[in-house]
Design a protein around this ligand. Structure first.
Ligand code: F0G
Length: 462
């Protein structure tokens, strides 16, 4: 037997049984669509997008087993077989007794915040996702982020840039613990680039919170990607099964909430899981008014089947190895094509530092918007600006733009959807675009809504 070198080509650990045609439109059609949309990629019809990297949420390709499971959906209003199966899978993974399905992540957030927090309280996070923050604020509480120090630099290659800042947490709680109702640890930390949180950081956080009796919840939308990063990067976990790593992550927590549109390979769904009986009774009673009966929570029985299967499939290590290395491959390719990126690459997305790529466009002229418009126009990619358009706002007093800390563009990879040749093609066209970046122009608003303006804004090129 010969020993051959490890192949460089990343192969998708699946073969394709059903295909969906890509939209193969040309630059002239994309330019027209861009002008018509007011240069806002959220306003584009999906049929005019070749590579839809707007989000990895609800955009996964389901497996043949999941599609077969769809046919097994039990659509009984109460106590369906599909719910009992879902409950068992989630309990086995998380170790929690009460499992409450919801139609997506933000409905789990709304139910939890409305039951757990009182007006004026504080909810701490490593970094709250924007809907989590909105649901906390909607319950008249304060959402407080404590990302770790390493996260301040885009280039720093630290293994766990998603961590919470432990010393800041300790200091804050010494004085303010009485106001804090809850801590939510988001894995991976989406808002800072899909960066993982270490087991040590979760464990240490729990130890600190125990002193003050403050519960710890895991926002586990991307729990399997986080667990795989722990296996790759945290000493002592090299030989541990990813499922065991995930179970240990949950074991330090009092509960979990999940947008199952990510690491459950499903197009819709979410859940809450915890042990507190009183909280479960309260949420089950509240949810009937808006979400549905507690054994289906806004989902069809068939969705629960797809979720149960997806939550097990995601733990396949050959899949996770492909997932993490293919996002890394994309990130390296983009960097080599001449774009500054946020490093290391996250589990679900590559972030481009548009502020650095387009230094001639000042932040109040939206370099991220300029870059994402160009990526659509020239490459056919739909990305999302995560900079001043999304995170800034107009000061009501002075009328000036309040800027975001960084001007980023996120390219999120749907799971099992695009192949390596798609990725190679995107990198190749980006390389051709790179020398022209200096000629891109900024934007000004033609229309902006008072809240969540990035969804509906229209822009004028300068
Ligand atoms: N928590 C995290 C960490 C998320 O990334 C998201 C959604 C949610 C909660 C809310 O879940 O969409 O099911 O209601 N993130 C998507 C994204 C939208 O594109 O990153 P949802």
């Amino acid at each position: 037997m010969f020993e051959l070198p490890k192949p460089k080509t990343i192969i998708e650990p699946f073969r394709i049984k059903s295909v969906e045609p890509l939209s193969m439109i040309d630059i002239n059609e994309r330019t027209k669509a861009l002008v018509k949309s007011g240069y806002n990629l959220f306003s584009l019809p999906a049929s005019l997008v070749t590579f839809d990297l707007l989000t990895d949420s609800g955009t996964s390709a389901m497996s043949n087993t999941q599609w077969a499971g769809i046919m097994m959906g039990d659509e009984s209003y109460a106590g369906s077989k599909s719910y009992l199966k879902f409950e068992k899978v989630v309990s086995d993974l998380t170790g929690f007794e009460h499992v409450i399905p919801t139609h997506q992540g933000r409905s789990a957030e709304a139910l939890l915040m409305n039951s757990m927090i009182k007006p004026g309280q504080v909810v701490i996070g490593n970094t709250h996702f924007d809907t989590t923050r909105a649901n906390i604020e909607n319950a008249s509480a304060q959402a407080l982020d404590m990302p770790c120090k390493e996260n301040e630099s885009s280039e720093l290659e630290a293994p766990f840039k998603g961590n919470i800042n432990i010393s800041q947490l300790e200091e804050y709680l010494k004085k303010n613990h009485a106001q804090v109702s809850l801590l939510i640890m988001t894995v991976t930390n989406n808002s800072v680039g899909g960066q993982p949180v270490s087991m040590e950081n979760i464990k240490k956080t729990k130890e600190i919170l125990l002193k003050y009796n403050i519960p710890l919840f895991l926002d586990c939308a991307r729990f399997a990607e986080n667990a795989y990063f722990i296996k790759l990067r945290e000493p002592g976990f090299e030989e541990v099964e990813v499922k065991k790593i995930a179970q240990e992550m949950f074991s330090y927590c009092d509960g979990a909430l999940m947008s199952a549109k990510k690491d459950a390979f499903a197009n819709i769904g979410g859940f809450l899981a915890f042990n507190d009986e009183k909280l479960a009774a309260e949420i089950r009673s509240a949810m009937v008014i808006t979400e549905g009966f507690p054994t289906y929570g806004g989902l069809a029985g068939r969705d629960l089947e797809a979720l149960s299967i997806g939550l097990q499939e995601i733990l396949d290590e050959s899949y996770l190895s492909y997932r993490i290395s293919s996002v890394d491959y994309f990130g390296r390719g983009i960097e080599e094509a001449g774009f500054a990126t946020v490093r290391p690459y996250g589990g679900h997305a590559v972030y481009i530092d548009a502020g650095k790529c387009l230094p001639h466009i000042p932040p109040h002229q939206f370099p991220g918007q300029a870059l994402s418009a160009a990526l659509y126009q020239y490459v056919g990619i739909r990305s999302v600006e995560v900079g001043t358009v999304m995170l800034g706002h107009k000061d009501p007093q002075t009328g000036e733009e309040v800027l975001a800390p960084k001007e980023l563009v996120r390219l999120a990879m749907p799971r099992r959807v695009y192949t390596q040749s798609h990725v190679d093609y995107m990198i190749e066209v980006m390389q051709s675009l790179s020398p022209h970046l200096k000629n891109l122009k900024g934007f000004e608003f033609e229309y902006q809504a008072p809240v969540l303006r990035h969804f509906t804004a229209r822009f004028k090129p300068l």
